[in-house]
Design a binder for this molecule. Sequence first.
Ligand code: AMP
Ligand code: MG
Length: 330
Amino acid sequence: MIDIQPDISLSNYAEALRKGKVIAFPTETVYGLGADAWNADAVARIFHLKGRPPDNPLIVHVNSIEMAGSLAAEISEDARRLMNRFWPGPLALILPKRPEVLDIVTAGLPTVAIRMPDHPIPLRLIEEAGPIAAPSANTSGRPSPTRVEHVRQDFGAEVPVIEGGSCQYGLESTVLDLSIRPYTILRPGHITQSELEQELHQPVRLISSHSTNFTDLSGNTPRSPGMKYTHYAPDARVRWMQPHELPLPDDLTRSTLYLLHRIRPNSAPYPETDQLIHYRENYTEMGRDLYDRFRMADLNRFAEIAIEPFTDSNEAVEALLNRIRKAIGD
Ligand code: AMP
Ligand code: MG
């Protein structure tokens, strides 16, 4: 965790939250657009600013298990186990909600998503202003913001942003639904299925990135309404690179940005240009960089982003693969 000194201006931001203002702030995953979770008007402003469909619920950010208990009807033993192991960190847990939790936050669902971010800025804000309802600080459909500039691209001067550099992970949190059995990952993230299974001593289901509109046992409601919307997409067309297309330095299509990641032991290294990025199997770095690259492609007017396919899908690339598939519209 980054250490910050007590900062008077953070108290001013906390004060703004208490007064019902919406502000943007860094977390270890992506920048969030936050409001006091107990203030319906303030939360409504988040939906309005983002152009977010009202049936897509928000994650509430807390700074303790105790505060999670003010939102969830009950903290089960399994929930507590996960909180103790992974909080603060990139894991949002879906639990049955207390009746007081605002309908606008949960989009009318009987459950609420809760997470404790591993970042000193939101933790301080929460300490001073209480739980913060916050989706990613992008306009709906755009890639999530991982740098201050991204928030400014989408909201200009309309939203105050607390600076915090580049986000540590750059991909959104793992979302785990503890309100159904088997427990189900609705969105893969840095915390993986096997890490969760190891802690819980039971199988955890992973919703495939292809099932965007699955139903629950009782009827036809999508379990995670947010999953049905196109996400994370730049204006440039994102597609998988074809095998024959492996770009040679002299042979790049001008309007295409190439993202490579595999190391080929016997081939000469590609010269890095702003048109060809090679992550050299550093998937943490690729995850951290992906949304920034998407946005840069638009700024630099690339028509396409061609991404080298993943030959084997293992846990290290699960979250990345999920976001790329969504950007492709697969
Ligand atoms: P965002 O904060 O923009 O990254 O989106 C939060 C994600 O969590 C979305 O995909 C939501 O659909 C999902 N989510 C939030 N609350 C719930 C809930 N109560 N049940 C299921 N999914 C949820
Ligand atoms: Mg989002």
